[in-house]
Design a protein around this ligand. Structure first.
Ligand SMILES: Nc1ncnc2c1ncn2[C@@H]1O[C@H](COP(=O)(O)OP(=O)(O)OP(=O)(O)O)[C@@H](O)[C@H]1O
Ligand SMILES: [Mg+2]
Length: 258
């Protein structure tokens, strides 16, 4: 079976997209599944988290978008990285991704570039996870077009639903041209069960999203910040933490889903 492509997106910043992409990748890899993470954010947070610094990265996700198709096979061999101790492959980002809108201004079919490029490596993986930038644009469109499932991390705070309309507007627009509608699931993140506001937001989310919500709720856990400070994922520093267990449950839900 071809690898399933998961896009992690929400144009709201700081809601746990990158944490979800990396921790879910590690959780799936710990289930002996083959995983690739692609960092599509010009800020390169996922890359820097794993100690791939944009200044020292020669080839990045950017090159996939601007290289001719016949160069893709060789490019895929060069842009996938794996350091010692890393249990999944990674394609780092580059600040140049921020210039993509201009670089591809006149390119026909530019929303489908990533989907086509990923076809070349899909067979090698069980899951490919795309970490999206916190704004709508060409990169997010490419991720939505390519994905089999969109994961929308939503921070359980009182502004959680603010701005989601924009994301759903773009999904509705895409659904008009895609062969099948974009499949999505919302993921509640940074949940603090002691806070009444969090509990109310979670309840509201459940009502709004209905069946399009993961059962797993990711709790607030300081171990995520600790892990990123060490350039690691939470399993490397505390595999029994609440956060680690949360993403383990999410991985199981995803495997059961697709
Ligand atoms: N469940 C959690 N509990 C506590 N802290 C968390 C949790 N998830 C993420 N964080 C922390 O919150 C911050 C933002 O998370 P993250 O970078 O994953 O968000 P993002 O949506 O990718 O942000 P951006 O929009 O800037 O790309 C980070 O410092 C991260 O360590
Ligand atoms: Mg991020």
């Amino acid at each position: 079976m071809k690898g399933r492509i998961l896009a992690v997106a929400n144009q709201k910043g700081g809601v746990g997209k990158t944490t979800t992409a990396l921790t879910l990748a590690a959780a799936l890899a710990r289930m002996n599944l083959k995983v690739l993470v692609m960092d599509l954010d010009p800020h390169a947070c996922a890359s820097v988290h794993l100690r791939y610094y944009p200044d020292s990265v020669e080839l990045s996700a950017y090159d996939v978008f601007v290289s001719p198709e016949e160069e893709w096979p060789a490019l895929w061999q060069k842009i996938r990285c794996r350091q010692d101790e890393q249990i999944f492959d990674m394609v780092p980002a580059s600040i140049r991704l921020s210039e993509l809108e201009g670089d591809l201004r006149d390119r026909v079919g530019k929303g489908g570039i990533l989907k086509m490029a990923l076809e070349l490596v899909r067979e090698e993986y069980d899951y490919i996870i795309l970490d999206c930038p916190p704004h709508l644009g060409l990169l997010q469109i490419n991720a939505l077009v390519a994905c089999d499932l969109l994961i929308i991390p939503i921070q359980t705070d009182f502004l959680a639903l603010h701005g989601l309309k924009l994301l759903f507007d773009s999904i509705r627009l895409l659904n008009k041209v895609l062969p099948e509608p974009v499949k999505y699931r919302a993921l509640a993140t940074m949940y603090d069960k002691r806070a009444g506001a969090c509990r109310r937001v979670l309840e509201l989310l459940g009502k709004k999203m209905g069946g399009n919500m993961f059962e797993t709720v990711i709790g607030i856990d300081t171990r995520f910040r600790d892990a990123s400070a060490f350039g690691k994922v939470v399993y490397d520093i505390d595999p029994h933490s609440r956060g680690a267990k949360g993403y383990e449950n999410l991985a199981k839900e995803i495997v059961a889903l697709l």
